[in-house]
Write a protein that binds this ligand. Structure first.
Ligand code: DGT
Ligand code: CA
Ligand code: CA
Ligand code: ZN
Length: 645
């Protein structure tokens, strides 16, 4: 993960140039830091740092500059650095001194660099004064309050280090789905363009659309005679920060953000979310982040079996293997074959054939199970009995109910949001700006809320007159207050179209017990005006856990209303930072007959695009078009919200 893999990169096999501009720039930067950690003088450190910046922003080709010797003409590249770079790029060898410095620096010190706000100077001081050699050491001395008294630190800075250690630990273990898919699709597209690759696909948790991803898995079909050249081509792709292993059919690499040609940015982020996930520290971690990826190269005839195996989940695979065994067959990444002494690709020669995954399922007497459902959560039984759901698609979505405008903390106007929704092909858009209690989100007053409502009626009438199939619904995202109360008087709430009720005072809710929180949610749902329960646990993936709540009980309560014809819908918040309702509970809501509404909770026009993640995760939660409010037409939605056409 980020910061822990500070090795000088291996030379690409077919140089010169043996290293890319990016690799040299990174190596220089790392040298500057290592020198500082080892107490080198400031001028030396600075020359490496400047060199890194210079090489990183070169307009010319580094290989050509080295070959022609023009490298030495660049202002800021002295004799020493110039020869070092020439040796590396031209001959494929890093200078001996660089290698030694990497080897002698304790890895724990480098790991500490990943903690936001902790740089080489501080680390040197901490190790000199307190003997701190690892992140765990640092955590210990902070807890013992030994850091605060040091010169240049203090209590605030000690607390910030503790928070940073916490953030780093969460971030290093797994990455959110949106980030994983960004790296995954970019890398996959590059691989798919390599000659000799017949096809390649994402496998693993990314293909199954888990909310977080440990590492990326890619499976590619390649004729055995092409494997060597294809491997070499993969290893020389941009964006590979380090090669962990490359042998035969398996390549393991670490990708970093240099893979993104257009650069890497997180875009507009809801301030509540950003705050919960570490603010600027988080953005800094993310842009310096890495992700592991494994690529497996297999003959085309084996491809479907390898793809299925590495798609997993492990639990799903185990069930599949058992079903194969009951038919006297062996199922693994190479094929589906009779039990013999043979192993690996030799055994594969005896496999039943399958042109795609569907045929593998077919051989086992199962309907095809889409990757999202492969979690052993009932999909095997459903596949045996022709009972698999016909899952929701992005094109089924006609609108969503929870979005913000400049009336509260959104970035775009009502008009801009409506315009974007129309261009996405939606027939309706619900706006639910924050209520007054949420001061940090610039909650709108009743007066402003009602005047926005009036404005929407005018637009709706205009569209109707013009024969445009588009309508706005006016809602509010009301904070859930003490005792489950809503944030506006009833006479205000009754004038608008609907209420998304959601918890924002996370401090208070997180400090209470499950039964108290559950009671308050039930009371809030009993309010006549409450239509949607927004982000039901308040979790921020990799930021904070949700508050304790018995969502089974809440969903059952909502089910009773729906059974009586009263609409109480649960939100699947589509922000990749939330994905709340959890997919495991989407399935429960469906079983209970509680409608789900997938909401991007957009704070900008581009935020509406988060609907993609909501649909991915809704599919993972077994949702069909009929299970979500999003698939209703504007007329049907009007009918559900207001009981009139
Ligand atoms: P991740 O990376 O932690 O987000 O989750 P996955 O599901 O991508 O897991 P990963 O990368 O360890 O392995 C990819 C797939 O390979 C996994 O979903 C199923 C398969 N697999 C890996 N190890 C085993 C195993 O020991 N038994 C079985 N049956 N399948 C395995
Ligand atoms: Ca994986
Ligand atoms: Ca893996
Ligand atoms: Zn919201």
């Amino acid at each position: 993960m980020a910061g822990t893999s500070w090795k000088l990169p291996k030379a690409r096999p077919n140089g010169p140039p043996y290293f890319s501009r990016n690799q040299v720039s990174t190596a220089l930067h790392q040298m500057a830091v290592l020198l500082e950690l080892n107490g080198a003088n400031m001028f030396r450190t600075r020359s490496y740092q400047n060199g890194s910046r210079l090489i990183g922003s070169l307009a010319q080709d580094l290989g050509e500059l080295v070959a022609s010797g023009e490298l030495f003409d660049l202002k800021g590249i002295g004799k020493g650095l110039g020869s070092a770079i020439t040796q590396a790029v031209g001959d494929g060898n890093w200078p001996e001194e660089w290698v030694e410095l990497h080897e002698k620096t304790p890895p724990g010190l480098i790991e500490m660099l990943g903690i936001p706000g902790v740089g080489p100077k501080k680390i040197k001081l901490l190790s000199d004064e307190l003997g701190v050699m690892t992140v765990a050491d640092l955590q210990e001395v902070c807890v013992k309050n030994e850091v605060a008294p040091l010169k240049g630190f203090g209590a605030k800075s000690q607390q910030r280090i503790l928070d940073g250690i916490d953030l780093l630990a969460r971030f290093s273990a797994r990455r959110r789905l949106d980030i994983g898919l960004r790296y995954g699709h970019t890398f996959l597209n590059m691989i798919n363009e390599i000659p000799g690759i017949q096809k390649a696909e994402l496998a693993g948790s990314a293909r199954r659309r888990r909310e977080t991803i440990g590492d990326l898995d890619i499976v590619a079909a390649v004729n055995p005679s092409d494997i060597d050249t294809v491997s070499q081509n993969i290893l020389s792709l941009a964006g590979i920060a380090d090669v962990k292993g490359a042998g035969g059919s398996k390549i393991s690499v670490i990708l970093d953000t240099s893979i993104f040609e257009e650069g890497f940015s997180l875009g507009h982020l809801d301030a509540n979310v950003l705050d919960a996930i570490g603010g600027q520290d988080y953005e800094q971690l993310e842009s310096g982040g890495t992700i592991d990826a494994q690529v497996r190269l297999v003959p085309p005839s084996v491809f479907p079996f390898t793809l299925a195996y590495f798609t997993g989940s492990k639990e799903h695979n185990i069930r599949m293997r058992k079903i194969a065994q009951e038919k006297g067959l062996k199922l693994n990444e190479f094929g589906l074959m009779p039990e013999t002494e043979l192993t690996g690709l030799e055994a594969a020669a005896t496999s039943l054939s399958a042109i795609d995954e569907a045929e593998i399922y077919g051989h086992l007497g199962l309907d095809f199970v889409v990757p999202e459902l492969r979690e052993d959560m009932g999909e095997i039984e459903a596949a045996q009995n022709n009972e698999l759901p016909n899952l929701l698609k992005l094109s089924d979505v006609k609108g969503s109910l929870h979005n913000h405008t400049t009336l509260s903390d959104g970035e775009a106007s009502l008009e801009e949001m409506a315009d974007t929704a129309r261009r996405m092909g939606w027939s309706w858009l619900g706006i639910a700006d924050h209520s007054p209690t949420l001061m940090v989100a610039n909650g709108a007053s009743a007066e402003d809320l009602l005047s926005q409502h009036e404005k929407m009626q005018v637009y709706n009438q205009d569209w109707k007159n013009q024969g445009v199939d588009f309508r706005l619904f006016s809602g509010v995202e009301s904070d859930i207050l003490e005792n489950g109360k809503l944030d506006h008087p009833d006479d205000v709430l009754s004038k608008i179209d609907y209420v998304v009720a959601s918890v924002h005072a996370m401090g208070r809710w997180a400090s209470r017990d499950e039964s108290q929180n559950t009671e308050d949610l039930l009371k809030c749902l009993d309010h006549e005006a409450t239509t949607v329960l927004g982000h039901p646990t308040g979790r921020i993936l990799q930021g904070r856990d949700g508050y304790e709540v018995d969502l089974h009980r809440v969903l059952e309560h909502m089910a009773e209303y729906n059974a009586d014809g009263v609409l109480k819908a649960v939100e699947l918040n589509a922000s990749p930072y939330r994905l709340d309702l959890d997919w495991r509970l989407c399935k429960r809501a469906k079983e209970l007959g509680v409608p789900v509404v997938i909401n991007p909770d957009a704070h900008s026009t581009s935020g509406l695009g988060d609907i993609d993640y909501g649909v991915m995760v809704g599919r993972k939660g077994w949702l069909e078009s009929a299970d979500v409010l999003n698939s209703l037409s504007a007329e049907q939605m009007n009918q559900r919200l207001l009981g009139v056409d």
